[in-house]
Design a binder for this molecule. Structure first.
Ligand code: 2BA
Length: 149
């Protein structure tokens, strides 16, 4: 946990809150949605980032999007899981920010997004910041603040 000091909390660096790329479950745009569903089920997450082989961020894919894409008129069509690729289903409308952006931006994004994708100067994917990590930090921060009063 970051130390409480006189710095304005909204301006602090987001770097310490980033879950690094090697710990982030992800899939590639060319994977089948069957593969993506397996990764989502195994990891236990609702949605995960889509990265290419150079670790560039393309979007995110969720269990709900996959299920929606195999929904036929009368029944669920599981055979389509092997025919459709991640790029056809994923969304590219995601919360993303630079690692140099301030905490304030992460906090604001986290109102509507359970996680935010973080990129470096060259647009390389560095990892994610989860809403729970931000809330845990703020919880600690405000408790410290109350003790100091
Ligand atoms: P969700 O998948 O909706 O997960 C919501 C919360 O459920 C997670 O919050 C975590 O508290 C819990 N959870 C889900 N799957 C879990 C698992 N396999 N093991 C332990 N706890 C689990 P956060 O940890 O704050 O994550 C927020 C969102 O960020 C997740 O939403 C997921 O979409 C994404 N995420 C988090 N860590 C990730 C990782 N390592 N790789 C890929 N995506 C991740």
């Amino acid at each position: 946990m970051q130390k409480l000091d006189s710095t304005n909390i909204l301006d602090i660096s987001i770097q310490p809150f980033v879950t690094s790329v090697e710990k982030v479950a992800h899939v590639q745009p060319g994977n089948t949605i069957e593969h993506a569903l397996l990764v989502l089920i195994k990891s236990g997450y609702t949605a995960i980032p889509v990265l290419d082989t150079s670790f560039k961020l393309h979007g995110l894919i969720s269990k709900a999007q996959i299920l929606d894409s195999i929904l036929g008129l009368e029944r669920i069509e599981p055979e389509r899981l092997q025919q459709i690729t991640v790029v056809d289903v994923m969304t590219d409308s995601i919360a993303r920010m630079k690692v140099t952006d301030p905490f304030e931006k992460a906090l604001s994004y986290s109102i509507n997004h359970p996680f935010i994708c973080v990129e470096g100067d060259e647009n390389e994917f560095l990892g994610i910041i989860t809403r729970s990590r931000l809330l845990a930090y703020l919880n600690g921060y405000f408790h410290e603040h109350r003790k100091k009063k």
